[in-house]
Design a protein around this ligand. Structure first.
Ligand code: PMP
Length: 421
């Protein structure tokens, strides 16, 4: 857990100053100025106390995984292939796994060649590498407003300027994108990338309408803007529905990020980038300088799982579990939240995005919610520009339906007192 406070190293009797709070302060590279602890990560410590119902984190619910057969399989990987599994491997990733990743992407209609797949340590590493490759300090990255906190962290670390584009219930609004591009041009800023989560958005819970997808791809091509399509939830549509990927519409202008974190096991940290062919070589170099190679053992475990398990059936089970939790949350919100609150209706993924009445500040309210034994993620953490104080993200992925109902009941009580203030 990182803290927003630098460690205290002041000696007794000395006057505290910025310098003796962290003696390395004037050594840090200038780009670290943008690195601050995310509000959401800072929350984890309080939210994980057992008496608190946490609707804050986005941890996948792994209870449905077949742990017995997985542990047998993991042992088999070492017994049968240990000298490979425990050795360095290729920076691009294990070739068999890259082929299997293409089969996974085919479930969403993406046709890809294993040569264009780079295995990463979760898609978070993909975000870091892509930003490192494409963003100079001051470049603009357009992102949905709100957007994924980990992506905002990567953009900040490379000193890119995030410009948010508002969404509606059908995701990113093409006209708003056009306006943002025109405004950046007028300011003389170079827009390098559009970062988008088209399916079951984190944190907004919405999905980009199918008829907007080609339009967005076209706008980006017209303005010479690279698309970063982040799709960790695409196979978690509650009716098994999938949507056409932006990548399949413009393979040479879309960097696609995928992950096994939500469809298998987040702790294995295996994700991937599907890059335009021309970008692949630089990506592999970036991966090599970051990690030499992704963990071979973890890749072989994922590969064996895909080869021998009914992984599609497992995803279906995950979807059913999440659907049950989504239903519990939506009906509890309907039943308990005070008038004036609105929220999105996710058809997949982990999150509901709630807007509260004017006058309520979700960031200021959070300590009072924790006192009332419920936690959420305040909306401000999902914007780079300070918006979001009337919003909050509620996650239904992890708690049981009973805990979700109890959490929403507690939250409603806090909101009611807040509205009376
Ligand atoms: N992108 C989005 C939209 C996410 O929600 C997450 C995880 N919360 C990630 C990327 C990172 O996932 P991974 O575990 O693959 O690094």
């Amino acid at each position: 857990m990182t803290s927003s406070q630098p460690p205290q190293s002041a000696r007794p009797g000395s006057t505290p100053s910025r310098q003796n709070l962290d003696p390395h302060l004037d050594r840090y590279a200038a780009r670290t100025a943008g690195m601050t602890a995310s509000e959401i990560r800072a929350l984890f410590a309080v939210a994980s106390r057992p008496e608190v119902v946490s609707l804050a984190g986005g941890m996948p619910n792994l209870a449905a995984l077949p742990l017995d057969s997985l542990s047998t399989q993991m042992a088999e990987v070492v017994a049968e292939d240990g000298l490979v599994a425990l050795q360095y491997g290729s920076a691009q990733g294990v070739p068999t796994l890259r082929e299997q990743i293409c089969d996974v992407m085919a479930m969403e209609g993406i046709s890809a060649h294993p040569d264009d797949v780079v295995v990463t340590v979760g898609s978070q590493m993909g975000l870091d590498m892509v930003t490192r490759l494409f963003c100079d300090p001051g470049d603009v990255v357009i992102a949905e407003g709100p957007s994924y906190v980990g992506a905002l962290g990567s953009f900040a670390a490379y000193q890119a300027n995030v410009v948010h584009v508002a969404m509606d219930d059908d995701g990113l609004v093409p006209d708003n994108l056009r306006e943002a591009l025109a405004a950046a041009k007028q300011r003389g800023q170079r827009v390098k990338c559009l970062y988008t989560i088209p399916n079951f958005h984190n944190p907004a819970g919405v999905t980009l309408a199918v008829d907007r997808r080609a339009e967005i791809v076209e706008i980006c091509a017209e303005h010479d803007v690279l698309i970063i399509e982040d799709n960790p939830y695409g196979l978690l549509g509650f009716d098994g529905q999938t949507y056409p990927s932006l990548r399949s519409m413009a393979p040479e202008n879309v960097v696609y990020l995928g992950s096994f974190s939500k469809t298998f096991a987040s702790g294995l940290r295996v994700g991937w980038v599907l890059a335009p062919h021309a970008v692949r070589e630089k990506l592999v170099l970036a991966a090599e300088s970051a990690t030499l190679c992704p963990p071979t053992l973890n890749q072989l475990v994922v590969s064996k799982y895909l080869e021998t398990h009914d992984w599609k059936g497992q995803i279906k089970t995950f979807r059913e579990n999440y659907r049950e939790r989504r239903d519990a949350m939506l009906s509890a919100l309907e039943q308990h939240l005070p008038a004036g609150c609105t929220w999105t209706q996710p058809e997949g993924g982990f999150y509901v995005w709630v807007t509260v009445p004017e006058g309520v500040d979700t960031k200021a309210m959070l300590p009072r919610a924790v006192t009332a034994r419920v936690a959420y993620a305040s909306g401000t953490g999902f914007y780079a520009d300070g918006l979001g104080s009337r919003q909050m993200r509620l996650s239904y992925c992890y708690p049981t339906p009973e805990r979700i109902r109890e959490g929403v009941r507690r939250l409603a009580g806090v909101l009611e007192s807040e509205m009376e203030l």
